[in-house]
Design a protein around this ligand. Structure first.
Ligand code: NAD
Ligand code: WQD
Length: 336
């Protein structure tokens, strides 16, 4: 059987997707430089699936390594998660982001083409939409990212659209994720940010175990019902399932661009309440000024994903919070 190359497969979304791929009988190889993940996740994936994982520690920008990887294995698809994702860091170190996310993707695509591998799933993001005015994003919403990270995602999308025009044999799915949260139900794998978390859910779980003193709520003066920002949080297990659905859908449809979200926005206060309910732990918080670059509200119109992938999110915020909490409680120091 041909294999799937999973770049960034040791990361948060990649590891959950790899578990589902292995459980559905796919053969995979992970290529990851561990710049934002730990080797410990590989053993956990093996424990959860009962399967040995082929793991290559390396960088997608290392052309010799990427070429050797394509020569040593027969792949029919690539799922490309590898990338840097911290918005603030991308603004401070733009070249690091363009190099890693854009140049790295170009090396990967060149070697993929050289090896005649024609099928790709790319991790894009709702950030490609920027601040379009409307708050419910369809795939037709204009693309105009407002930060460096988002521009790297749009650049790679553009590269792939042009590449497919020049090479009609390619089959490409661009999946635009909204706000991934949650963890595997076992509590064995989950989100493991290095240093202080940037995102709401991992910050909240770290407050709950006492690793952070309190949650800073970035603004309660937005034009939303409770004044805090509204987002479309999606369980990472639903997101992972979206990749398996995309692999299947690519058999019928060579060019797919879809939002992966639930379509249901929740506020920061909604998330605190749901988390306290799921964990039984009170979350101390302080309302502070808005975080630069944050939008008031946005969420996915998930209609197209349902139509094209036959996929829709199944898990609600209580389950997202319960699973995030189980992971954090059982692994207060992540994988170490
Ligand atoms: P993550 O940081 O947990 O996983 C990314 C993985 O890629 C890490 O294991 C990292 O070590 C690896 N990596 C980074 N640069 C690499 C390189 N040059 N060569 C090889 N490996 C490299 O992040 P995640 O949350 O799992 O995100 C996966 C993908 O989804 C990323 O491309 C991210 O931009 C995208 N995305 C994430 C979110 C989110 O909020 N988590 C939302 C939208 C899109
Ligand atoms: C959610 C809400 C904050 C932290 C980011 C990226 C985006 C995508 C997903 C990759 C907002 C509020 C947060 C905190 C808070 N990633 N908040 N206190 O900013 O919607 O999206 O991750 O593609 O590109 O920008 O996610 O979890 O940081 O914030 O009040 O300590 O929680 O203001 O309203 P965001 P987030």
């Amino acid at each position: 059987m041909k294999k799937i190359l999973v770049t960034g497969g040791a990361g948060y979304i990649g590891s959950h997707t790899v578990v589902q791929l292995l459980n559905s009988g796919k053969d995979i190889v992970i290529l990851d430089n561990l710049s934002n993940s730990s080797l410990g996740v590989i053993k956990r994936i093996e424990d959860l699936t009962g399967k040995a994982v082929e793991f290559i520690e390396g960088d997608i920008r290392d052309r010799a390594l990427v070429r050797a990887t394509f020569e040593q294995h027969t792949f029919d698809s690539v799922i490309h998660f590898a990338g840097l994702k911290a918005v603030g860091e991308s603004e401070a170190f733009p070249l690091r982001y363009f190099d890693n996310n854009v140049s790295g993707s170009i090396v990967l695509f060149e070697e993929m083409m050289r090896a005649n591998v024609n099928q790709l799933i790319f991790s894009s993001s709702a950030t490609v939409y920027g601040n379009p005015g409307s708050v419910c994003y369809t795939e037709e919403t204009p693309l105009s990212p407002i930060n460096v990270y988002g521009r790297t995602k749009l650049m790679v999308e553009d590269i792939l659209r042009d590449l497919q025009k020049a090479n009609p044999a390619l089959r490409i799915a661009l999946l635009r994720y909204f706000n991934p949260v949650g963890a595997h139900e076992s509590g064995r794998i989950g989100e493991n940010p290095f240093g202080k978390p940037n995102n709401l859910m991992p910050f909240m779980t770290q407050v709950a175990i006492g690793a952070q003193e309190k949650l800073m709520v970035y603004g309660n003066d937005y034009p939303t019902p409770d004044g805090t920002g509204l987002r479309d949080y999606i369980h990472v297990e639903d997101l992972a399932a979206g990749h398996l659905a995309a692999l299947k859908a690519l058999e019928q449809n060579a060019s797919i661009t879809v939002n992966l979200g639930t379509g249901k926005p929740y506020s920061v206060f909604d998330m605190i309440k749901a988390f306290e309910g799921a964990s039984g732990v009170k979350i101390p918080y302080e309302v502070v000024t808005r975080r630069a670059g944050d939008l008031s509200e946005y969420y996915a119109d998930p209609t197209l994903a349902k139509k094209v992938l036959g996929w829709e999110a199944q898990l609600g915020i209580d389950r997202m919070c319960a699973d995030s909490w189980r992971w954090q409680k059982n692994n207060p120091k992540g994988y170490s």
